[in-house]
Design a protein around this ligand. Structure first.
Ligand SMILES: N[C@@H](CCC(=O)N[C@@H](CS)C(=O)NCC(=O)O)C(=O)O
Length: 216
């Protein structure tokens, strides 16, 4: 058994982010699945691990807990610096965090499962409403993201230069989620190009939802 234990779910994009980082760093871990659709993340046994009742959660050597995918990824980057997931310069690091947070803070939270479930239970939303909601908030976030990536000299093969990092991890995980909701990627050629570059890499493939032990 590995020293690192990752509580996650194959289809969770925030879990996917952490799996990509672990794979890029070559870190082994024990995979503990929690089926979100079955509510396993809200059972007492898991709430005892992570009181927030969200995945991912990473339990470290000695039982210390880390939640929040971006905090986990930055921790992994510090304990295992190669390959780096953030640029060496302060402005570069700020730009990569900016791009990552455009997805992680401004798109993902409003499209989380518990939000979509609340749309149904509180407002009577149906399947079509939920899909439209999801697409709306992705488009709200992807339009400016596409503009920034397309117009910035720092954009390369990946979001920042020619090596993948934190922003690419968030981008690829979000694009994978989008596919489930039929988001049209035609308006986002730069995002689609970067995603294709990410998905050509073994770490992104290894971490992909369909390659996890709990994939359905
Ligand atoms: N900000 C957190 C978000 C974690 C999160 O919301 N995870 C989702 C899966 S992608 C979840 O557990 N959702 C359960 C729910 O909505 O009930 C992070 O980046 O780790």
């Amino acid at each position: 058994m590995s020293d690192l234990v990752l509580h996650n779910y194959y289809r969770s994009s925030t879990s996917y982010r952490v799996r990509i980082a672990l794979a890029m760093k070559g870190l082994e871990y024990t995979y503990v699945p929690h089926h979100l659709r079955h509510g396993e993340h809200l059972e007492p046994a898991y709430l005892a691990v992570n009181p927030q009742g969200l995945v991912p959660a990473l339990v470290l050597h000695g039982g210390r807990l880390l939640t929040q995918s971006l905090a986990i990824i930055e921790y992994l980057d510090e304990i295992q610096p190669e390959p780096p997931l953030l640029p060496k310069d302060a402005l570069g690091r700020a730009r990569v965090r900016m791009l990552a947070q455009m997805i992680a803070c401004d798109i993902h939270p409003v499209n989380n499962l518990r939000v979509l479930t609340s749309l149904r239970s509180l407002f009577g939303a149906g399947d079509e409403d939920v899909v439209n909601w999801f697409r709306h908030w992705v488009n709200e976030g992807f339009q400016p993201l596409e503009k920034i990536l397309a117009s910035s000299p720092e954009t390369g093969t990946f979001c920042h230069g020619d090596a993948p990092g934190l922003a690419d991890i968030c981008l690829a995980a979000q694009v994978a989620n989008n596919a489930r909701f039929g988001v049209d990627m035609a308006p986002y050629p730069v995002i689609a190009r970067i995603n294709a570059a990410c998905m050509a890499l073994p770490a992104f493939q290894k971490a992909a939802p369909q390659n996890q032990i709990d994939a359905e």
